[in-house]
Design a binder for this molecule. Structure first.
Ligand code: ZN
Length: 340
């Protein structure tokens, strides 16, 4: 089969690569009607995460089960399934506590590469959640969004302890930040402040439920959030970037006693201890245990309560994956859907 393979900085190719086979008896093979490019794929694409050998790309997926290994009991060929970027057994003590991204048997899907027509899914019974029926084609982008960006945003809002009536600020206007707005709205936030300087992203933030937009960044952005909250800061802040500036912006925009949920993959973030001590805010985050939220999110999509697939503002054939990466790298697209 052909799939997306990264050869070096800004060198992604649609090339012949090995097709998936059942390796472990707990594996399943799925056929993907669509796949996508993640903001986190841009770290290796830009050479910030070094690439030492040709690397298959992609970790978000939905699909129809084609084949299962001999030990798979619950997942059946013909089902439509969604999974997260960490395969997990969903039975170990860490999974049972709801932290499937840190499962003792976790396998990261970036090692498999789902920007391809077929993919091997490890630990299929634990990893995959089947939809109640075969979804209509128009639901596929939203189901694909649950696989990572919505699941991650939902975890961020949960980690930021979003409560009904709360004021929430969102740092980052990529797909995760925008869906953080949607998650906060679903959790009953009254005021949602989206930090964005890009008009199309501001517009989508408003569609998802943002009540205020702050276009300033850094200290100025923090000052604007203080202005909007009687000088106190937000109850809950979602951090969806992963840089030093965005993390400090999130902490400084949070009121004492408030919560920061951070899901931007941390790159070079160093927190000043003394400032953290006196900030007196809760910090929680990490790689989202998307599996915990998948049944609920799939239900919200299938009954058309939410439409997270709106974050896909560019659809391309998988063969044009290189153009998809360029569009996201240059911020011409929020998120790119690829059709094998
Ligand atoms: Zn586990």
């Amino acid at each position: 089969m052909k799939g997306a393979v990264l050869y070096g900085p800004r060198d992604i190719r649609y090339v012949e690569r090995e097709g998936p086979t059942i390796i472990e008896p707990t594996d399943a093979i799925i056929r993907l009607p669509a796949t996508c490019i993640c903001g986190s794929d841009l770290w290796p694409y830009r050479g910030i995460d070094p690439v030492t050998q040709p690397t298959p790309m992609g970790h978000e997926y939905v699909g129809i089960v084609e084949e299962v290994g001999s030990a798979v009991k619950n997942i059946k060929p013909g089902q439509f399934v969604v999974g997260s970027f960490f395969a997990s057994d969903n039975t170990c003590p860490i999974c049972q506590a709801g932290y499937q991204s840190r499962c003792v048997r976790a396998q990261v899907m970036t090692s498999i590469g789902t920007q391809a027509p077929l993919a091997r899914i490890p630990l299929a019974d634990g990893t995959l959640v089947a939809t109640p029926d075969l979804p209509s084609d128009d639901l596929i982008p939203s189901l694909l969004a649950t696989s990572d960006v919505l699941g991650t945003a939902w975890f961020a809002a949960d980690a930021a302890h979003v409560q009904p009536g709360a004021t929430v600020a969102v740092v980052g206007d990529g797909a995760v930040g925008l869906l953080g707005v949607l998650a906060a709205k679903q959790m009953g936030a009254e005021r949602i402040i989206a930090m964005s300087r890009h008009a199309p992203r501001q517009q989508l933030a408003r569609e998802f439920g943002a009540t205020d937009i702050v276009s300033e960044r850094g200290d100025e952005g923090v000052a604007r959030i203080k202005d909007l909250t009687d000088g106190l800061g937000a109850h809950s802040v979602i951090e969806a970037v992963g840089t030093q500036e965005s993390m400090l912006q999130a902490i400084r925009a949070t009121r004492p006693g408030g919560y920061v949920g951070y899901v931007g993959v941390s790159h070079g973030v160093q927190l000043p201890g003394e400032e953290l001590f006196f900030a007196e805010v809760h910090l929680f985050g990490g790689p989202a245990p998307v599996r915990r939220f998948l049944p609920h999110l799939i239900n919200l999509v299938c009954n058309r309560t939410i439409d997270p697939g709106k974050v896909f503002d560019l659809t391309l054939p998988l063969a044009q994956v290189a153009e998809g990466y360029r569009a996201m790298d240059e911020r011409r697209a929020i998120k790119v859907l690829l059709r094998p």
